[in-house]
Structures are given as structure tokens and as C-alpha cells.
Design a protein around this ligand. Structure first.
Ligand SMILES: [Zn+2]
Length: 318
């Protein structure tokens, strides 16, 4: 596995495609690309994707022929293939996401022989980072279509438009247009001198500890959300809130906006609805701890791990 912690951007960012927004409304161009044998298709099946095994596992980004016959098996009203973009090289190869969730799992396994259906959190640890970014983009858009079949304004059916980048209400009296939604969440490494604050949620994998996080609310700036979430979850007040980086987080529809912030008090009072507990951990202890069922770090692909690693090694001026 490549060392994801040394990537320039966070994992799931860096989609190697030009999204060419101006092409999305060009129905003739999209239709031609859909039938172009050079075009590539990412199958999404119930939030999983196909990964081809072997010595160097790859995301299944299949040519047009890999779809032959499959689309006919989808029920009427299924989301048409969603246009993702074109490769930024001379060849301009179009990429699409295809929702095959209505097909039996076995149909996909047989079609993509040697492949396995995997959740993104597993496949990201196997496939090259730029392919994981395409899978994340595809998963996020397909999930949005799956959950937005009906207009939120009037309740009538909606249909995909602009090659899958908006949905329009079919009720002429309404005419609302809906756009893919991304929920903003702040994630924060809180530090105090040589220690940082990590917590644990009971639903997390055994032993996993991480930075604190929460969703932005309406009428709130990001830095206000940082202060509120940290105080609500841990009783800690913060100052010197500094932006670090962000990470697309399609589980199912978020972006994690990463910060570091300085604690101004020490006494932890956790909100037990949110956290089992939170503690202060020193740099040295974190640097030397081995993963175990008592304590393990968040996944190497996560911004949480990056925040912790950058703080431990002093790669980010707090
Ligand atoms: Zn409507």
C-alpha cells in the first residue's frame, strides 16, 4: 500500500478528471460519449465499487463493452449514467458513474471476473489514490440520486438532468431544480502544549480514537462551529482556530474541513451521547503507541490521521 500520509492532498481529493461543466448540458455530446468504446464506466452497487484483484489491485474503470446488456436489466426510472468528466490528457476519455444497485450482486461478480465488490474504506487501501478519488466522486453522486427521487418542494418525482448534475421536478407547476448536496463537517485537532485531545465514540471500530468532529449548522461560521462542537463534546474552550485542509468524505455525503485549535482549559467533560470519553495524549506517547484493541489511530486515508500526524511531527505551525 502506498503511504497515503505523504500525498500532497488528502485522500479522495485530486480526481484526475476535468469536470467540463460546459459539456453537461450538451445532450448530443453526452450521448455520443455514452456509446464511445473508449469511454470508461465506474459501476456503483449499493455504495460499493468493483475492485479487480491481482498483484496490483485496480478500481474497475471499464470500457463501454463492459456495460453491454447490463443497462437493459435496470428498472424503468433508474438513474441514467452520470457524467464525471474527461481525462485531462489529449485523449479526453469520458468517464461515467453507473448505478447498478438494482442488479443481483452475482451478475456484477460474473461480469467483472476476478473482481470483488468493496466499500470505499476498504478499496482505498488497495487501489491507486487517483482511482480511489474517482470511486469517491462516483459514489457521492450516485448516492445523491438514490436519495432524491422525489422533489423536496412538492413531492412529485424528479428526473436527472445535465448529465446527472442536477434533478428537475416533473411537476410543471413546481419546476424546482435540485443540486447535489454536500454536508459540511468540521474536524479539529485540539492541542495544549505537548498534548492533544482525542476521543472515542462507541460505534467506532474497536479501540479507535480520533479527533473531534461535528456538522456545521445554519447561520454559523466554520470557526464558530469548531468552538461549539469542541465545547459541546468535551467541555473544552478553544482559541487560535487555524485551517489545515479538507477532505471529500462520501460516507455518505460530507466534506470534512480540518482545523487545529488551542485549548484554553484542561478539564474534560464529555457529552456522553457523543463520546464514550476523551483524554489528553502526549506527542511521545502517540508517536510510540502500537495499534491494539485498547488504542488505535484512525485510518491512514483519513484527514483525522493526517491532523494527528502533522501535529505530532510539527509539520503544521499551530
Ligand atoms: Zn416539485
Amino acid at each position: 500500500m502506498q503511504d497515503l500520509s505523504t500525498m500532497a492532498g488528502n485522500v479522495f481529493s485530486g480526481v484526475p478528471l476535468d469536470r467540463v461543466d460546459h459539456r453537461r448540458g450538451d445532450a448530443a455530446w453526452i450521448e455520443a460519449r455514452l456509446h464511445d468504446p473508449l469511454s470508461r464506466f465506474v459501476a456503483v452497487w449499493n455504495q460499493q465499487s468493483i475492485v479487480l484483484g491481482g498483484a496490483e489491485p485496480r478500481a474497475a474503470l471499464n470500457g463501454r463493452q463492459a456495460l453491454d446488456g447490463l443497462l437493459d436489466g435496470l428498472p424503468g426510472g433508474a438513474t441514467p449514467p452520470v457524467f464525471l468528466g474527461v481525462t485531462a490528457e489529449e485523449s479526453d476519455v469520458a468517464h461515467f458513474a453507473v448505478d447498478l444497485s438494482a442488479l443481483p450482486e452475482q451478475t456484477l461478480i460474473e461480469r467483472y471476473s476476478g473482481g470483488a465488490l468493496m466499500d470505499l474504506r476498504d478499496s482505498v487501501q488497495l487501489v491507486p489514490a487517483h482511482e480511489a478519488a474517482i470511486l469517491a466522486y462516483a459514489r457521492g453522486l450516485i448516492y445523491w440520486h438514490q436519495k432524491n427521487g422525489f422533489c423536496a418542494t412538492c413531492g412529485h418525482e424528479s428526473v436527472a438532468r445535465k448529465a446527472g448534475h442536477e434533478r428537475a421536478c416533473t411537476n410543471a407547476a413546481c419546476g424546482a431544480v435540485h443540486f447535489p448536496r454536500t454536508d459540511s463537517a468540521v474536524i479539529v485537532l485540539v492541542h495544549d502544549g505537548d498534548e492533544c485531545l482525542l476521543g472515542r465514540q462507541s460505534r467506532w471500530p474497536t479501540g479507535m480514537h480520533s479527533t473531534l468532529a461535528g456538522f456545521l449548522e445554519p447561520g454559523e461560521s466554520l470557526e464558530e462551529a469548531v468552538a461549539r462542537e469542541i465545547f459541546e463534546e468535551s467541555g473544552i474552550h478553544v482559541a487560535d482556530v487555524r485551517y489545515h485542509s479538507s477532505q471529500p468524505w462520501p460516507f455518505p455525503a460530507s466534506i470534512m474541513i480540518g482545523f487545529m485549535a488551542r485549548a484554553t482549559n484542561r478539564d474534560i467533560k464529555v457529552d456522553e451521547k457523543e463520546l464514550e470519553y476523551a483524554h489528553w495524549y502526549s506527542r511521545d506517547w502517540l508517536r510510540n503507541v502500537e495499534d491494539s484493541d485498547e488504542f488505535r489511530m484512525p485510518g491512514k486515508y483519513s484527514i483525522a490521521r493526517r491532523l494527528i500526524g502533522d501535529w505530532i511531527d510539527g509539520r503544521f505551525q499551530v
